[in-house]
Design a protein around this ligand. Sequence first.
Ligand code: GH3
Ligand code: MG
Ligand code: MG
Ligand code: MG
Length: 331
Amino acid sequence: ELLLRDSTSRALGFCDDRASFASTGRITVITPEAAPMPELICALNAGLGDCVVVQTASAVLRHNDEMDCPDLLIIPATAPRGDAVALFGLVSDLRSRVDTRLASLLVMVPDGHPEAAAMFLDLGADDVVMQNALPQEMILRAKALVRRKQLHDALRRNVLDGLQAAVTDPLTGLLNRRYVDHHLARMSEQSTTAGSALAVMMIDIDHFKAINDTYGHPAGDRVLIALAARLRDNLRAVDLVARIGGEEFLIAMPRTTAKQAQGAADRLRRLVSQTPFDLGAPHDPIAVTISVGVALSGEAGQDQPDTHRICDLADAALYRAKSAGRDCVAM
Ligand code: GH3
Ligand code: MG
Ligand code: MG
Ligand code: MG
C-alpha cells in the first residue's frame, strides 16, 4: 500500500509531504468491487482527506456520522453494461435520500459510453469523469466538488444560524414572541388532530421592578436568565418555552389535560418560590415569585381553536392570579 501511494503520489506530482494535504474532506466510494482501484483510493487519500470504500448505498452512513453525510460520494460506474440500470437507480436514490442528498456526487463513466455521462448528470450527479481520464483530472474534479459541498455547508449553517437568531430571545436563549406567533397555531392544530388539549401558561414575575430597584438592572437580567433555565429544565422537550416580554414568559404544553396543566403550573411556581436565585457575591440569594395564568384549548370535538383567544384567556387568568395576591396559579 505504501508503495502504491508513493508511486501514485509521484505519478500525480503530489508533494511528498502528506501534512500539506491535511485531511480536507470526507469521501466515500460506493462500489460492489472488493478492492477497487487502489491507486485511485490512495491518491484520493493523499490529496483530499479520508476516503472509505463501501459496497452499498445504505452502507454509506454506517461509515459516517449519522447527521453528517460525506462531502463527496464517488461511484465508479465502470461495471459491465448490464449494471447500468442499477447504477442509474443508485444515483437517483442517493440524490433523494435525506441522509445523502447534500453530498457532492461524482460518477466515473465507462469509456465509450458518453450517453451514460449525460444520463448520470441528468439524474443528479454533480460531475462525471471518464474512466480513462488521467488521475489528475479525477483528483481535481473531486477536489472542486469537496470544496463546493463544504461551501454549501457553511452557507447552510449561516442561514440556519440566522433563522435561529430570528426566533431566539438573546438574553435568555428561550424562543421569542415571533416564534410563538408563528408556531402556537400549529401546536394547537396538532393537538386538536390528536384529540388532546394544548395548555398555555402565561407567567409574570411578581414585583420585578422592585428586584431591579433593589439589586440593579444587571442583577435583574441574571434573574431572568436563571429563571428561564429553571423553567426550561423542568418541562418536557415538547413544551414550548418562550420569553414574550420583559419579565413575561409563555409556555405551551401539548397533550395536556386541565388537571395536568394546573399541576405543572403550580410545580413551576413552587420551583421558583422555594429556591431563591443565587447570583453569587455580593448579592444574597434573591427571592422571586411568579404568578401564572393557565388556559386550555383543542380538546376533542372543539372547533378549530383560536390561539389568540387562548392567550387572552391565559392573560386574563394571570391577571386574576395577580389580583389574588401573586405567587399563585389561576385558570
Ligand atoms: P407585577 O407583580 O404587577 O408584575 O409587578 P412588576 O414590577 O413585575 O411589573 P411592572 O410591569 O410594573 O414592571 C416590570 C419591570 O420589568 C419593569 C422593567 O424595568 C422590568 N424589565 C423589563 N424587561 C427587563 C429586562 O430585560 N431586564 C431587566 N433587568 N428588567 C426588565
Ligand atoms: Mg409584566
Ligand atoms: Mg406588571
Ligand atoms: Mg411582573
